[in-house]
Design a protein around this ligand. Structure first.
Ligand code: UD1
Ligand code: UDP
Length: 404
């Protein structure tokens, strides 16, 4: 962080350190709940806001939390299904942004969210992950007058690949955030090396894993395998990164690998709408059916997906969240990317980076299928209690921020 922006921050928030030491007198009237706006827009956000909203709503004396859905994802199977399954209350506010180019989608969210902020005047905007909705709402909140403070859940992850739109979203959101909640020590180090003061960084664990731990038993009862008429062993594939699916060559190389793997192990492929669109545009439909071993499905609900993920002999994916989930489930995961912002899944988990080279994918898939699950090291704080820790830190802001 540059010294000028540090100064701006110090100025705008006053002497936070001094205030932090000043406690209200014992006779002070109880403070009102913190007004929070929690932002969700795309599929992986829903797993992350579910435990946070549950935690905030269970403490009405401390928090008045409202959910904003930006509308970045809108298909029933990319959005509504998760509200039902993960018991997420209906969003109070829906921005209806929809799909568009990065600039247009981000601008639509920003324009609509500014109106919401002017109306709602929250104390904090809580953003999760690294999607365009995360970036858009952080920028708008930071530029309000006076600024609305931003808390970023899943801060500090870095792939060091700026061709990845999410990397830009992460860097900007973290630079603007007042509280940065991290999942792993590497994220803390990244933030510190970018000049974020230690007092803003809180390592709390992983809210996506809160959701996994809460719903894994329920997912054990899913009948998705029977509905599909599939029995283990099988591989599970997800694919949606622009570097893989917007690039005809890369997509072709991955499909060629699947053709080889499918001959040995059936591959179940719940296909992301972006991928479906690009496959059509390229006229590159992969060979499907019993002989090829590839089964293309609609996107799955969380409970069915988790059921398949837990029982897969191998997961092939370019998803961020899936690298973390397979790590906790102990399922071998081959990440079809050259880098990851989640290195802890390589060092402690079951994840291996393989890129999009056909031969490398087939070779590594065979190797991992033969080896089975790898030994894992437990990851501190990925224990199902991350949202509770975040709520505790935020609750503390009521007495230390001097905002009221
Ligand atoms: C977004 C996130 C990505 C995240 C992914 C999770 C950004 C920059 N990208 O990527 O980080 O990993 O979500 O799934 O924020 N579409 C539909 N229906 C929907 C949503 C999308 O058909 O409900 C199609 C549209 O054609 C759209 C395309 O998918 O243009 C891409 O959607 P978009 O939200 O722009 O990016 P994702 O690839 O989904
Ligand atoms: N997921 C799901 N259905 C699917 C594919 C994925 O419920 O068909 C879940 C998966 O378990 C994880 C989340 O979606 O919790 C990951 O989202 P995604 O891969 O879209 O985004 P990323 O994590 O890459 O940003």
């Amino acid at each position: 962080m540059s010294s000028s922006s540090s100064a701006r921050r110090a100025g705008r928030r006053g002497s936070a350190n001094v205030r932090a030491t000043r406690r209200p007198p014992a006779s002070a009237p109880p403070r009102r709940p913190l007004r929070l706006l929690l932002i969700a827009g795309a599929r992986p956000n829903f797993m992350k806001v579910a435990p946070l909203l549950r935690e905030f709503r269970s403490r009405p004396a401390l928090f008045d939390a409202r959910l904003v859905h930006t509308g970045q994802h809108y298909d029933e199977l990319m959005s509504d299904v998760f509200f039902d399954e993960l018991e997420i209350p209906k969003p109070e506010i829906h921005l209806g942004a929809g799909s568009a180019s990065h600039a247009v989608q981000t601008a639509r969210i920003m324009e609509a969210f500014e109106k919401v902020l002017l109306e709602e005047r929250p104390d904090w905007v809580v953003v999760v992950g690294d999607v365009n909705s995360t970036l858009a709402c952080s920028v708008v909140a930071s530029k309000m007058s006076p600024p609305v403070r931003v808390a970023h859940v899943e801060a500090g992850l870095r792939s060091r690949d700026r061709t990845m739109p999410e990397e830009i979203n992460r860097i900007v959101t973290d630079a603007l955030s007042d509280l940065l909640f991290t999942t792993s020590p590497d994220a803390d180090r990244n933030l510190r090396s970018e000049g974020v003061p230690a007092r803003r960084i809180h390592r709390v664990g992983n809210v996506m894993i809160d959701t996994l731990r809460r719903f894994v038993e329920r997912s054990d009862r899913s009948d998705i395998l029977a509905r599909l008429g599939v029995a283990p062993p099988y591989a599970l594939l997800t694919l949606h990164r622009p570097s893989n699916v917007d690039d005809r060559q890369a997509l072709g190389r991955i499909f060629a690998a699947l053709a080889a793997i499918g001959k040995e192990t059936p591959v179940l492929f719940p296909a992301h709408p972006r991928t479906v669109k690009m496959v059509r545009e390229f006229g590159l439909a992969p060979a499907e059916g019993a002989r090829s071993g590839l089964r293309v499905l609609e996107p799955l609900g969380y409970i069915d997906f988790l059921h398949l993920e837990k029982r897969a002999a191998l997961v092939l994916s370019d998803s961020g969240g899936v690298q973390e989930e397979t790590t906790i489930l102990g399922v071998p995961c081959l990440t079809l990317r050259d880098n990851t912002e989640r290195p802890i899944t390589l060092t402690h988990g079951t994840n291996r980076l393989v890129g999009s080279d056909t031969k490398a994918i087939v070779r590594e898939a065979r190797r991992m299928l033969a080896a089975g699950a790898r030994r894992r090291r437990p990851i501190p704080l990925w224990d199902g209690k991350a949202a509770a820790r975040i709520a505790a830190v935020l609750a503390d802001q009521r007495t230390t921020s001097g905002a009221f």
